[in-house]
Design a protein around this ligand. Structure first.
Ligand SMILES: *[C@@H]1O[C@H](CO)[C@@H](O)[C@H](O)[C@H]1NC(C)=O
Ligand SMILES: *[C@@H]1O[C@H](CO)[C@@H](O)[C@H](O)[C@H]1NC(C)=O
Ligand SMILES: *[C@@H]1O[C@H](CO)[C@@H](O)[C@H](O)[C@H]1NC(C)=O
Ligand SMILES: *[C@@H]1O[C@H](CO)[C@@H](O)[C@H](O)[C@H]1NC(C)=O
Length: 416
């Protein structure tokens, strides 16, 4: 009996192994695999389970592999998936069925599908497409206090004919909008676009898709797609209402959070205190919205603050713009101060020299009383001449008065 049982058990295990290897052979690829563009820079991959697959109840999965525009792969249990990618170079993907086991996995062959690249040479596409978003206070609705604006700029393709016209569209989630406000170059071609308000949510994690296509009578214009990460292109506004109070040697600086959908606790700040005259420069990274700084109180300081959304609220982007500089401190009037110091100093110096000279002169005169003999000193000479002049004048006056008196006398005498 025992050998018989062993044989039976042996036969059973062999059968099991055969069944497993059969399954490997029998794992069939999915059918009716299609790729369809369903939006700007977005495709839908769709397939159906193979109707000939025998093991209907096994835990089948699908392995999706993207080859164009960029290699990527993932597994899914569903029979369709959405994928976001630029489509101007076409799109190509493959899918296969897989069966995962604890120690091995089986896979079917691949089935492939693709989207053809749109027509037009790549030189006709726009180049250097850049976009930025900015939050502004909503002027239309009280339901949404903030709105996000979008601005994009680009360069005309180097092979684009002169009559080329470009059109820009964006997609964020399910919303797609065409640009209504373009800026044009000298040939009247659109080279920038402005959306004062959009459906973009700068708090969101979704990617922003931008599509620029074009038309020309002379050539097919190849469209261009680009994906942007909202936090990376979001320009944070400068902090609001920056105020600075000066008290003796302290600067009390305060500000409010920028115009933004993010709450107060989501911001970090950078504060710059700068004195161009003495080269003083202070930079502070802060998580609060106030700061006290010690200063010397005879200079003017320029104060600026900028903000960034902190990583606790989203993947942090770049610093926003600096606030307008605020100037505080003693109003410096360099010219006035210069006069105030230099004038009295010069005056004192001149007076000092003068008194010194006078003193020396007096001593000199006392030591060597003036002799009318030959004069070598011009000053002395001048003094003497003046003296002589004075003497002469006196005599002249005396003479005249004498003459007058004499004349009077004469007249008197002649009259009486
Ligand atoms: C595959 O597509 C064909 C033709 O469109 C259709 O007849 C067939 O039912 C589809 N198969 C599956 C499994 O959906
Ligand atoms: C456009 O981008 C290319 C590289 O992508 C760069 O070399 C070139 O300087 C850019 N042109 C302008 C005008 O920014
Ligand atoms: C540009 O793309 C939009 C959106 O896909 C489309 O509606 C429009 O017809 C296209 N225009 C040209 C000129 O290709
Ligand atoms: C900034 O100051 C102005 C006037 O001083 C005020 O109306 C406004 O509400 C302040 N901004 C914030 C965000 O508090």
């Amino acid at each position: 009996m025992q050998p018989m049982l062993l044989i039976l058990v042996g036969a059973w295990t062999t059968l099991q192994a055969d069944l497993l290897s059969d399954k490997k052979v029998l794992l069939r690829p999915p059918v009716n695999f299609t790729v369809k563009a369903i939006g700007l820079a977005q495709v839908l991959l769709h397939w159906a389970p193979n109707p000939d697959q025998e093991q209907r109840n096994v835990d089948l999965q699908y392995h999706v592999k993207i080859s164009v525009p960029q290699e990527d792969e993932y597994n899914t249990r569903k029979t369709e998936s959405k994928y976001v990618a630029p489509l101007h170079d076409g799109f190509a993907a493959s899918v296969r069925s897989i069966l995962r086991r604890s120690h091995s996995s089986l896979a079917s062959s691949w089935v492939s599908a693709e989207l053809k690249a749109p027509s037009g040479s790549s030189g006709t596409s726009v180049m250097n497409l850049t976009c930025t978003t900015n939050t502004v206070v909503s002027s239309h609705t009280h339901l949404r206090p903030y709105q996000v604006s979008l601005r994009c700029t680009w360069l005309v393709g180097k092979d684009a004919p002169e009559d080329t016209q470009y059109f820009l569209y964006y997609r964020f989630g399910v919303w797609t909008e065409e640009c209504q406000e373009y800026s044009r170059d000298a040939l009247d071609r659109n080279t920038a676009c402005w959306f004062p308000r959009t459906f973009i949510n700068s708090k969101g994690f979704e990617q922003l898709a931008v599509h620029v296509n074009g038309s020309s009578k002379h050539a097919a214009i190849k469209p261009f797609d680009q994906l942007f990460t909202p936090h990376a292109i979001d320009q944070v506004n400068p902090p609001m209402n920056v105020t600075v109070e000066i008290e003796e040697t302290s600067l009390y600086i305060q500000w409010e959070k920028p115009v933004s959908a993010f709450p107060v606790h989501c911001f970090n700040y950078e504060l710059k205190i700068y004195n161009p005259k003495n080269g003083y420069f202070q930079m502070e990274k802060l998580a609060t919205n106030k700061f006290v700084s010690k200063i010397d109180d005879v200079s003017t300081y320029s104060i600026q603050v900028r903000a960034v959304v902190s990583s606790s609220c989203r993947v942090s982007g770049s610093w926003g713009e600096w606030s307008q500089p605020i100037y505080v401190g003693k109003e410096k009037k360099p010219l006035a101060e210069w006069h105030l110091i230099v004038f009295p100093a010069t005056a004192c110096f001149v007076l000092l020299i003068f008194s010194l000279i006078c003193r020396v002169c007096r001593i000199w005169i006392k030591l060597f009383p003036p002799i009318p003999a030959p004069k070598s000193n011009i000053k002395d000479l001048l003094v003497v001449t003046d003296y002589e002049k004075a003497a002469w004048n006196e005599t002249k006056i005396e003479a005249v008065s004498c003459v007058e008196e004499a004349g009077f006398e004469v007249m008197e005498n002649s009259m009486f």
